[in-house]
Ligand binder design. Structure first.
Ligand code: NAP
Length: 476
């Protein structure tokens, strides 16, 4: 690839490093190798941990002014290199270039926001109950942080962690997904250009996710682990982190419901459905998985949604006017096929699509009258498939929406303000979109309840995840 940011190396202690063993990164749209990166070992990971620990000694002493200025500089560089970053992203994860450009902006909004918010890590003065003491609190960075990120947002899932970590005074070892390491390495190059001291950010590329994950979760030098990915892996990491009582942040899987009440603006709901479902070919943690539509408007919504879905163009995201790219890999494609076949076997009708196209591409699909026993009702599909279920009453819709161990995002459409208040309070999820299919932004807390995770990213809550509160008691 012809880009100065396309680097086939990992990044440890301020150096781009090779290794004898490498692994290929496959472009899911062409199935051709995009490049190769080092397949690092647990020993390499320990070298990175030592580098981060050493760097922390100085980095924690820098002023908040120095740290936020550096993060602001990285923000400016990301803006400058936006097109190159977006091209790398599309080629490694398959999302359309227009979407990658949006992701670069979204990812960068965290750099910008935390470069400001970092300046407001205030402590408190506390009135003492008795004479003879002065009480106050200060906030300090937790220390060395490990971050593990998924492939579906190759840049944004990283900046959501490193921006608050850096301004808090933490150093970081990041292991990006092995399908999408190049966006992470490109970011490392920009932090180098910005002048981030060596060892403050380290990138480990490896196919040994079990070994590296275990090292990052159990090494006592690491004070916190922040993970975004599947609930299954999140649970393993929490168990591994328990031995050293690490702080954990877990951004895990979802199974988002999207309820359309009979008093909704149906055209707006269709627009929200397209936005909430088809980004990244349905491979987002906040993607709608279950559409619950009130019986009296069920047919009209299904027809209008089918009409819009039929306009979506599927293809290689580097081509013009593509809205839906490929699935990330064969495993992802097989899951989509399995969910569609299982739903049809249990009585669902195919209103649109329903078939693989070629390679890793799958038709945008609408299934109607899906059984509540179908796999698609219970598990994240992570693909371009809308499953529609009719319901009769508000109580039934809330019960169905909450009938899942997950609770990341939920959406509903209604024009009745009282219903909007009632339903939003009863939905069990960390985020609720009310008359919108898009919820995430840097100034708002992103995260889940139940098995969708612990902690929040974005907003001042996302910064608190990287700070310890220290209480100081002064005798007089
Ligand atoms: P994943 O399989 O859990 O992988 C995520 C990351 O964990 C990758 O870097 C992966 O490395 C690594 N990993 C895999 N096994 C590991 C282990 N045993 N120990 C330590 N690390 C391990 O998830 P994914 O398939 O990439 O991503 C999709 C999932 O992420 C979905 O469930 C989605 O909902 C969730 N997600 C959640 C959010 C959120 O904010 N809540 C955002 C985006 C995605 P390798 O790639 O090298 O295997």
């Amino acid at each position: 690839m012809n880009s100065t940011l396309f680097i086939e190396k990992a990044y440890i202690d301020g150096k781009f490093v090779h290794s004898e063993k490498t692994f290929p990164v496959i472009n899911p749209a062409t199935l051709l190798p995009l490049g190769h990166v080092p397949d690092l070992t647990v020993k390499d990971c320990q070298t990175a941990i030592n580098a981060a620990e050493n760097a922390w000694k100085q980095w924690q002493k820098t002023t908040i002014g120095e740290r936020t200025t550096l993060v602001r500089k990285i923000f400016e560089l990301i803006n400058e290199y936006k097109t190159e970053l977006a091209e790398i992203m599309t080629k490694e994860c398959g999302k359309p270039l227009t979407e990658s450009l949006v992701e670069v902006d979204y990812a960068n909004s965290y750099m910008e926001w935390y470069a400001e918010e970092g300046k407001r890590t205030y402590g408190e003065t506390i009135p003492a109950l008795k004479e003879g003491t002065r009480l106050l609190t200060i906030k300090q960075g937790v220390g060395v942080v490990a971050a593990i990120t998924p492939w579906n947002f190759p840049l944004a899932m990283i900046t959501r962690k490193i921006a608050p970590a850096l301004v808090a005074g933490c150093t970081v070892i990041l292991k990006p997904a092995s399908q999408t390491p190049f966006s992470a390495i490109a970011l490392a190059r920009l932090t180098e250009i910005a002048g981030l001291p060596k060892g403050v950010l380290n990138i480990i590329t490896s196919t040994d996710s079990n070994g590296i994950g275990n090292e990052l979760a159990s090494n006592p030098a690491i004070r916190k682990i922040s993970f975004t990915g599947s609930t299954k892996v999140g649970s393993i990491l929490m168990q591994q982190a328990a031995g050293t009582i690490k702080r954990v942040s877990m951004e895990l899987g979802g199974n988002a419901p999207f309820i359309v009440f009979d008093d909704a603006d149906i055209d707006e709901a269709v627009k929200g459905a397209i936005a909430g479902k088809f980004r990244n070919a349905g491979q987002t943690c906040v993607a709608v998985n279950r559409f619950y539509v009130q019986r009296s408007i069920y047919q009209e919504f299904a027809q209008k949604l089918s009409a819009e879905v039929s306009k979506l163009r599927v293809g290689n995201g580097m081509e013009n006017n593509i809205q839906v790219g490929p699935l990330i890999n064969v495993k992802g494609l097989d899951k989509v096929k399995q969910h569609v076949a299982d739903a049809v076997e249990k009585g669902a009708k195919i209103a649109f699509g329903g078939n693989p196209i070629k390679d890793l591409f799958f038709e945008p699909t609408i299934l109607t009258d899906v059984s509540h026993d179908a796999l698609i009702a219970k598990e994240e599909t992570f693909g371009p498939v809308c499953a529609l279920f009719p319901f009769e009453t508000e109580e039934e819709a809330i019960r169905l929406a909450n009938d899942t161990p997950f609770g990341l995002a939920a959406y509903f459409y209604s024009t009745n303000i009282y219903r909007c208040q009632r339903v939003s309070e009863q939905i069990e999820s960390g985020m609720v979109g009310i008359n919108t299919g898009m919820v995430s932004n840097a100034s708002a807390p992103f995260g889940g309840v139940k098995q969708s995770g612990l902690g929040r990213e974005g907003s001042s809550h996302g910064l608190s995840e990287y700070l310890e509160v220290k209480y100081l008691c002064f005798g007089t």
